[in-house]
Every structure is written in structure tokens, then in C-alpha cells.
Design a protein around this ligand. Structure first.
Ligand SMILES: Nc1ncnc2c1ncn2[C@@H]1O[C@H](COP(=O)(O)OP(=O)(O)OP(=O)(O)O)[C@@H](O)[C@H]1O
Length: 362
């Protein structure tokens, strides 16, 4: 069983804490993503899983078997690096078979058969005789992936495998990688800072920030109910609107009654609609700034009277003119309430009984 269990993983480099207690359980055959900003510890975690780096404390197990003391080449995990890492003087075929022959000790014929089989599956057979400099970036990355998959490891680790590719190829390859991993039944762990990649490829995502896991969930769960302010600001495009309000009516965005201290409200752009301040719900009035066409609809930036920018979506036909004054309205059911002290999600404005008082109207 190619499950991966991480328990209490910590790692420091000198005075820098890269990982601060990581617990994760990844299922057999799952497509899993580790998503976080630069420097959050993603690559370090992947290297520890691969055995390329030793953790200071905590344990890594595959299928319930501790990997302590097992060197990288003896682990049931293949790694695909960010920068292809193909040998420039070898052909694609030789790049694929090298590890099979020397790492796994397969005879020449069997290594070659395996290389051809995976190349056929990935439709890159015509590239096998070429050297890396005779291939495009996308082709090189496909060969790097073929090399990893040819090992037939239960676990495939991918470190930013799509960086440096143009947007179109990027979108094609991420779906290709996800479906290939499913087809071969491997457990995939993909490290990325790109939330769209993580959303498109993964069954579940762990969001990591400053060496700690903020939330683990399906792409839909992360999008609909970000568990922390960090996840709310990191997942989704445009990011969730976040505005701060205080319990004593001390904000242009309204106030709340109750015992929950200073809070930040979050609402997605698609949950705000053009309306009027006299409607029930939470309304915000401001001046229309940038209007961004997405093809399907418009993402409109509203510069509120408090100077904050709030994004909302609207139909192409109802798109407001920049500079005009509009009011948008949201339902308390769609407004999430975060504690500003802990950064944690408390619930929706409706469930927390937060009374949203409409902000100033000019
Ligand atoms: N070998 C090292 N020596 C010293 N510090 C390191 C080393 N490797 C990583 N770090 C530090 O540990 C932290 C986590 O680094 P890591 O490379 O894991 O982050 P990352 O999320 O993968 O970032 P990126 O997306 O930029 O690659 C960073 O502060 C980094 O500077």
C-alpha cells in the first residue's frame, strides 16, 4: 500500500525553522498537493519524504512502514524536480533507462522495454533518440516525468513540475500528469505555490504556511470554507474579500454585537451582487475602479469610501462604468467570520449571529 504518513515532522536550518510539526496522512493512489508560498517549507518536506534530507524529529512511514534509515533509492518513491534534471549528454531513452539499470538493477532489455512502454503511454516515443537540448521545455518535462513513472514506484513526488512552462502548456500538462498518476495508480504528492495547479490536479490539498499546515481539504472545501485567514487570502482568484470590523461599531464596514472580539469578515466576489442599500443583507457602497473581463463575466473592483478595494462579479450586460457609484449586497449566510486574534474561522455571519450593519453611504 502506497500510503504516506507523516507525524510530527520538524526541521531547522541553523536558526531558521523550515518545518514546525507536520502531521499528514495521504491515501493509497491519492493525488495530493502541498500548496504554500515561497519559503513555507514545501520542498524541504518533499525532500524529507524522499529521504534526501533528514528531519530533526518526527517520522515518515510508507504503507505503515517507517522509512527511518532507508536511503532514497531504496524507498518506494520517485521524484520529479523543478528543473527537469535530465543529463544533457544522454538521449531521452538513456535518461529513462539509466535509473532503471543502476538504481533498480534491471537488465538492459527490461529497462529498455519499460522505457518504451511508458513513452508510448505518454506519446513521447518519437523523442526517445533526442538529447535534452533538442527538445522543448514541455518535452523535457514529459521525459523527466516518464523517467519517474518508469520506476513504477508506488509514490511519485513532484517538486513544482510545471514551473517555467508557458501558460497553455502548463494547463495541458497539469491535467496530463494528474490523469497519468491515476492511470498508473500511483500516490502523487505535488508541491506547488500555484493554487490553480493544486486545485486542478489534486484530490486533496494541504495548505502550508511558515512550516505549519493551515488546512487540509478538497479543493472545494478550501474554496468554500477556508479554515484560516491565511487560506482565505491564498486560495481563490480573485482572493476572498476580507474586511475588518470591531464590536463597537468601529469600522466603516459595519459592526457586530456579541462576545467574539475583533473579527475579519470574508466574502467571495461571486457572493456580492449589484443591489441597493435598502435591501436586507450586508451592503457596501463605493466607486467602481477596474473592470476586468474574464470572458464569462466581469470582475469589478469597488473602491469603498473607507479606501478599501472589494471585488465582485457581475454579468457582462450589467457591467458598471468605471467611476460610477454602485452598491453591492451580500447575504449573512455567505459572509464568513474570522477571529482576528487566532486567524481561525468562527462560522458564517448567520451562524455566529453577527449583525452586519451597512457601511457609510455617501
Ligand atoms: N539547505 C538549507 N539551508 C538553510 N536554509 C534552508 C535550506 N533549505 C531550506 N532552507 C530554508 O527553509 C525554509 C523553507 O524552505 P523550502 O525550500 O522548503 O521552501 P519552499 O516552500 O519550497 O520555497 P520555494 O517555493 O521558494 O521553493 C526557507 O526559509 C529556506 O530559506
Amino acid at each position: 500500500m502506497a500510503t504516506v504518513e507523516l507525524s510530527g515532522i520538524r526541521k531547522s536550518f541553523g536558526g531558521v525553522t523550515a518545518l514546525d510539526g507536520i502531521d499528514l496522512s495521504i491515501g493509497d493512489g491519492e493525488n495530493f498537493a502541498i500548496l504554500g508560498p515561497s519559503g513555507s517549507g514545501k520542498s524541504t518536506l518533499l525532500r524529507i519524504i524522499a529521504g534526501l534530507e533528514d528531519q530533526d524529529s518526527g517520522s515518515v512511514s510508507f504503507g505503515g512502514v517507517s522509512q527511518a534509515g532507508i536511503p532514497p533509492h531504496k524507498r518506494d518513491a520517485a521524484i520529479v524536480f523543478q528543473h527537469f534534471a535530465l543529463y544533457p549528454h544522454l538521449t531521452a531513452l538513456e535518461n529513462i533507462t539509466l535509473g532503471l539499470r543502476h538504481g533498480l538493477g534491471l537488465p538492459k532489455k527490461e529497462a529498455s522495454d519499460r522505457a518504451h512502454e511508458i513513452a508510448t503511454r505518454m506519446q513521447v516515443e518519437s523523442l526517445l533518440a533526442r538529447k535534452p537540448k533538442e527538445m522543448s521545455g514541455g518535452q523535457r518535462q514529459r521525459i523527466a516525468l516518464a523517467r519517474a513513472l518508469a520506476r513504477r514506484s508506488g509514490i511519485v513526488l513532484l517538486d513544482e513540475p510545471l514551473s517555467g512552462l508557458d501558460a497553455q502548456l502548463h494547463a495541458v500538462l497539469r491535467l496530463e500528469i494528474a490523469s497519468l498518476l491515476r492511470a498508473v495508480g500511483a500516490t502523487g504528492i505535488n508541491v506547488t505555490h500555484d493554487q490553480l495547479d493544486a486545485m486542478a490536479m489534486a484530490d486533496r490539498i494541504a495548505v502550508i504556511n511558515a512550516g505549519r499546515i493551515e488546512q487540509v481539504g478538497t479543493p472545494d472545501e478550501l474554496y468554500a470554507r477556508p479554515a484560516t485567514l491565511f487560506v482565505a487570502s491564498f486560495v481563490g482568484s480573485p482572493p476572498m474579500n476580507l474586511v475588518e470590523i470591531d464590536s463597537n461599531g468601529g469600522s466603516a464596514f459595519g459592526s457586530h454585537r456579541g462576545q467574539i472580539g475583533p473579527v475579519t469578515l470574508g466574502i467571495r466576489a461571486e457572493h456580492l451582487r449589484l443591489g441597493s442599500a435598502s435591501e436586507p443583507g450586508w451592503s457596501i457602497t463605493g466607486t467602481v475602479g477596474l473592470v476586468e473581463p474574464t470572458g464569462k463575466d466581469r470582475v469589478v473592483q469597488l473602491v469603498t469610501d473607507a479606501g478599501q478595494i472589494v471585488a465582485f462579479r457581475c454579468e457582462v450586460a450589467e457591467s458598471p462604468v468605471p467611476g460610477s457609484r454602485v452598491t453591492v449586497v451580500g447575504s449573512p449566510r455567505d459572509v464568513l467570520v474570522y477571529s482576528r486574534e487566532s486567524g481561525l474561522l468562527l462560522g458564517s455571519a448567520e451562524s455566529e449571529g453577527v449583525e452586519l450593519v451597512t457601511m457609510v453611504h455617501a
